[in-house]
Design a protein around this ligand. Structure first.
Ligand code: ADP
Ligand code: ZN
Length: 210
């Protein structure tokens, strides 16, 4: 099965994607991660993407769609895939429908008032784990693998403000897009622990698989 994960920056898409990947074997494809790897590697795509990412804007559609298309066409997906961070506007959603079949859109809903603190307090590990400063008690290394934690460059108040605006104006309308196609399931991502949110998402996926 193929899933689109929808949700504002800080809604917990990456955290849930990791859990879904472990339990259901779906391949996690995160456009933000792909762009960051390209920036790190100094590739032409990375050079182009950086200015947009730093400004909290969307990387141009032609580049992004091509990237995802290549990945889906050339990848071995086995049980299926889960897109995290794509599509991010109507154009991308329409393009995606031309080259892949989407079964389900899981929309992780979190109140806007929580997002700024979640993102600006976020600390990441290269293993994919993420933490919030308020629970780290001063620790600077990953509890799972011991590597040093870092903060994403775009996790600063100014860029986060722009990312949230971009989400509201360009990405949130996708809820209606998937709703109109009978594929939208909205999950509360703001009041439970990551495990509790995952339990709800699991039940949604299990119901679909039956
Ligand atoms: P978040 O969801 O927390 O904002 P991501 O890692 O998904 O973080 O994305 C980081 C940045 O990468 C976005 O702000 C945007 O600039 C760029 N990006 C990611 N996915 C897309 C996409 N589908 N289309 C255009 N730009 C994207
Ligand atoms: Zn780690």
């Amino acid at each position: 099965m193929n899933i689109v994960l929808l949700g504002a920056p800080g809604a917990g898409k990456g955290t849930q994607a990791k859990l879904i990947e472990e339990k259901y074997g779906l391949t996690h494809i995160a456009t933000g991660d792909i762009f960051r790897a390209n920036i790190k590697g100094g590739t032409p795509i990375g050079k182009l993407a950086k200015s947009y990412i730093d400004a909290g804007k969307l990387v141009p559609d032609e580049v992004t769609c091509e990237l995802v298309k290549d990945r889906l066409v050339n990848g071995e997906e086995g049980a299926g895939f889960m897109l995290d961070g794509f599509p991010r506007n109507l154009y991308q959603a329409e393009e995606l429908d031309k080259f892949a079949r989407i079964d389900l859109c899981i929309n992780i809903d979190v109140d806007k008032s929580l997002l700024m603190d979640r993102i600006c307090g976020r600390r990441m590990c290269s293993c994919g784990a993420s933490y919030h400063v308020s629970t780290l008690n001063g620790a600077t290394t990953c509890a799972k693998c011991g590597k040093p934690l870092f903060q994403r460059e775009d996790d600063n108040p100014q860029t986060v403000g722009a990312r949230l605006d971009t989400y509201a104006s360009q990405t949130a309308p996708l809820e209606d897009y998937y709703k109109a196609r009978g594929k939208l399931v909205t999950v509360d991502g703001g009041s439970g622990t990551p495990e509790e949110v995952f339990a709800v998402i699991s039940s949604v996926i299990d119901k679909y698989l039956k």
